[in-house]
Design a binder for this molecule. Structure first.
Ligand SMILES: Cc1ncc(COP(=O)(O)O)c(C=O)c1O
Length: 404
């Protein structure tokens, strides 16, 4: 018999490297099978459950025999109105639930797909570096040219807008921002958002602000929405989610809101991709968004305690680290001597350090270079891990030292 002909995946898959956490999960599964007690502080997945009244709403809704069919793409009007209520109560931002809000299967869904609805081949997408990977992969899949905006400590992890040349701005169709920021934990002052809105209005591009961490803040800090800036709805769309705010990462329920044209384009795209939600998930989301919010204060206090444990331990271990005012990550800089890399080194210092931490003491953190070239030399520690395990992990790090 002749050798069978083989197929090859599409060329566009070159724009989609395997997701870092997908590979890490496989490695950790092998270590656990070998008997290692691995403490995961890598993924930004909240460990705590949602409030009981939210779970009750899901259960009640699931008992209804009429709640098991297909639902409209983009969510029911009641779900979108619940987000309008949230934005009004929290930010004083008025949103039209019919035209300015679309439900998403988690915000990652919309974050990845947005570029397909907005970016033409050759258009520039400005992406924060370090940043959440789907900004880059979504734009590349759409054929866009990704230009990184470095987020550097000396600029408080805000992009330096003065570095965007007239030529870049002329070709820009989409700018991604994310505050409170993953992975750096940095926050943006409203004045910065004001400058971005002005720039976008002057050059006619869309600003996509990814804002999953606005409700996880510490020490009296309150995060703004970019939609609070006058005129923002002309040029901005904001992504939000139940995942982090309400501890509902596995439920896959989020939103995009703001500029009606962008929301409608994303909605039209998604109507071709998926077939809506499971209604009980939407009903529980409505309960979370419109119900009592006071439980979030105690939840944030839990994260704050973990943040302080991590910051103190990493400083003791010799790293440079500031306590983040928001989000669920500590972004720590390794000592400069650990950045020394021979030209033939296959890995950056942060990748080598994270690998050693995992293999030698069973603590899993994320190397900063996973988030882009400006993440080199940092590690990201997630606070979505039970407090006693955070303490144990940090005790191991301090004891080990690891050449720091
Ligand atoms: C910056 C950022 N955007 C979006 C998401 C996705 O959240 P979800 O898809 O669960 O709504 C995450 C999750 O880690 C994130 O860190």
């Amino acid at each position: 018999m002749n050798k069978p002909q083989r197929f090859h995946p599409a060329d566009r898959m070159a724009a989609l490297p395997p997701y870092f956490f997908h590979k890490l999960n496989e490695k950790i599964a092998r270590l656990i099978t070998a008997g290692v007690d691995v403490i995961r502080m890598d993924m930004g997945s909240p460990d705590l459950p949602p409030a009981p009244f939210v779970v009750q709403a899901l259960k009640r809704s699931a008992e209804d025999p009429t709640h098991h069919g297909y639902m409209p793409t983009g969510g029911t009007l009641a779900y979108r109105e619940a987000w309008a209520h949230f934005y009004g109560a929290r930010f004083g931002v008025e949103l039209d639930a019919q035209k300015e809000i679309v439900g998403l299967l988690g915000s990652k869904d919309g974050v990845f797909h947005l570029a397909l609805a907005i970016v033409n081949p050759g258009d520039v997408a400005l992406v924060p570096d370090p940043g959440y990977a789907p900004y880059t992969t979504g734009a590349r899949l759409a054929g866009g040219e990704v230009i990184y905006m470095p987020l550097l400590a000396e600029n408080r992890f805000l992009p330096d807008l003065r570095r965007l040349t007239p030529d870049i701005l002329r070709r820009t169709k989409l700018m991604w921002l994310n505050y409170p920021n993953n992975p750096t934990g940095a926050v943006a002052p409203p004045e910065f958002f004001g400058q971005v809105v002005q720039l976008a209005q002057a050059h006619g591009f869309l600003v996509a602000h990814d804002a999953p961490y606005t409700e996880i803040t510490y020490d009296a800090y309150r995060a703004p929405s970019i939609l609070q800036i006058p005129g923002a709805k002309d040029v901005c769309v904001e992504f939000n989610t139940l995942s982090k705010t309400y501890n509902m990462g596995g439920w896959r329920v989020g939103v995009a809101c703001g500029n009606a044209e962008a929301v409608q384009a994303l909605s039209a795209l998604k109507s071709n991709i998926d077939s809506g939600f499971f209604q009980p998930v939407l009903d529980a989301a409505i309960a979370a968004l419109t119900g009592e919010q006071a439980w979030l204060i105690e939840r944030n206090e839990t994260y704050r305690e973990r943040r302080d444990i991590v910051v103190a331990a990493l400083r003791q271990a010799g790293m440079q680290v500031n306590p983040p005012p928001a989000a669920i990550y500590v972004w720590a800089r390794l000592p400069d001597r650990m950045m020394d890399e021979s030209p033939e080194a296959q890995r950056s210092g942060d990748e080598a350090y994270a690998e050693q931490l995992l293999e030698e003491i069973g603590v899993s953190v994320t190397p900063g270079s996973v988030f882009g070239p400006s993440g080199r030399g940092y590690i990201r520690i997630s606070l979505g891990t039970p407090t006693d395990r955070v303490k144990e992990a940090m005790a191991r790090v301090v004891r080990w030292g690891g050449g720091l």
